[in-house]
Design a protein around this ligand. Structure first.
Ligand SMILES: Cc1cc2nc3c(=O)[nH]c(=O)nc-3n(C[C@H](O)[C@H](O)[C@H](O)COP(=O)(O)OP(=O)(O)OC[C@H]3O[C@@H](n4cnc5c(N)ncnc54)[C@H](O)[C@@H]3O)c2cc1C
Length: 364
């Protein structure tokens, strides 16, 4: 298989750098967070600003190559191959928070963590998901369902504008007012099929302290925990989840849960006092094996799910359900615990949707 050689002229057009397959740092430059995927592009362009993205896209067009885009590699679905240039954006990570307009303007490759930290200094929060180390743009373009979803909606509806590098290398703003059709297409597209986002502006919401965390019940109680979750009417201030997890017997897993399986109530209430009352009712219903709910500054939202931070191999799947039928809890339990033998599924989770429907770009 021949590999297209990328001319040195491209290097001269960049502030960032070009990494080619023979360069020692190629594997590292092309690495994704989800190590189940391996990118093998003709070159990696490590972009440091919008002009670098423009140069990479223009060069790809001239050379007849495709363009793949990566911020963190949490959401790879198709690996970049030798017919494409992989543009990585992790250095385009600036964050500007304007508390007056309650917006954050962020670089195309930024992770949520620094956006959350900066916003929290002003008592504000972006619609971050369960893992603040996920990329803000990839997450938001794919919908973005986080712990504030029932109160404030999906992250995609919080996008105010995008600065987009198009396939011909031109740069445009997409918003409800400017290029609205492109904006509509980008929002919910899940990524880079229409252009590369060099910068994104999102709305922020007034959230300081929440009541959040997990109650872990033994996996044998999965059916009862699911039924109680299904019947619970917690209101839109609470975004909750029912989860079944089989924690692997590995050293990195804390001792009390290592090698054990649990049925879990997880969630986040934006009114700390009301949240405590809600979770106290669960505690009174049945004492959990482990109680990890409490008052939490939203800056520490990553502690609610405690998703793994370091790169690992993973395969995930998700879908919207119109309602939680009788069989859902049992099916989740069986998928994780395995019927007749060990299961490759580590966890299954259903999150409560519904609630907020803010005006936004999502198709409806
Ligand atoms: C541990 C973990 C926890 C998660 N938690 C949640 C959650 O709570 N809620 C939820 O809704 N989702 C969640 N997700 C899913 C996550 O939102 C997606 O995997 C998302 O695609 C990750 O975006 P990324 O930019 O980090 O990843 P990447 O793999 O870098 O990008 C994902 C996609 O977005 C595109 N993209 C990235 N940046 C840009 C850009 N600047 N311009 C154009 N396209 C771009 C990429 O080309 C790719 O198609 C989680 C995933 C993981 C691994």
């Amino acid at each position: 298989m021949s590999i297209t050689s990328i001319p040195r002229a491209l290097d001269d057009r960049l502030t960032g750098r070009v990494v080619r397959p023979r360069d020692p740092e190629y594997a590292q430059a092309a690495a994704a967070w989800n190590v189940a995927w391996t990118h093998r592009p003709a070159a990696v362009v490590v972009a440091t600003n919008e002009d670098d993205v423009v140069a990479a896209v223009r060069h790809a067009g001239e050379a007849g190559l495709g363009v793949a885009v990566q911020s963190t590699g949490h959401g790879v679905t198709v690996p970049a191959d030798e017919n494409s240039i992989l543009v990585t954006l992790q250095h385009m990570d600036h964050v500007r928070v304007d508390p007056g307009t309650r917006t954050a303007t962020v670089g195309g490759g930024v992770r949520w963590a620094p956006v959350l930290a900066e916003a929290q200094r002003h008592g504000l929060a972006p619609l971050v998901g369960s893992a603040p180390h996920v990329g803000a743009v990839g997450y938001s373009l794919g919908g973005g369902f986080g712990w504030l979803a029932r109160r404030y909606g999906l992250a995609v509806d919080s996008i105010r504008s995008l600065r987009v590098v198009l396939a011909d290398g031109s740069v445009v703003t997409a918003s409800a007012q400017e290029n609205p059709e492109l904006f509509w297409g980008m929002c919910g597209s899940g990524g880079s099929s229409l252009g590369v986002v060099a910068e994104m502006a999102v709305e922020l919401f007034p959230v300081r302290e929440v009541y959040a965390g997990s109650l872990l019940y033994p996996a044998e109680a999965a059916t009862e925990v699911f039924e109680r979750f299904r019947e619970m009417d917690a209101g839109e201030d609470f975004t909750g989840a029912f989860n079944v997890t089989a924690f692997p017997p590995l050293e990195i897993v804390p001792e009390p849960i290592r090698g054990k399986a649990f049925a879990i109530l997880r969630g986040c209430h934006v009114d700390a006092a009301a949240g405590q009352r809600l979770v106290d009712e669960w505690r009174a219903w049945r004492a959990p094996a482990l109680d990890m709910f409490g008052v939490l500054p939203f800056a520490r939202a990553g502690e609610i799910s405690q998703d793994p931070v370091d790169p690992l191999p993973a395969a995930t799947n998700g879908r919207w359900l119109a309602r939680l039928g009788d069989g859902v809890g049992g099916a989740m339990r069986d998928a994780v615990l395995g019927g007749e033998g060990p299961s490759p599924v580590l966890f299954a989770e259903t999150r409560q949707a519904g609630g907020a429907r803010p005006p936004g770009p999502t198709p409806r």
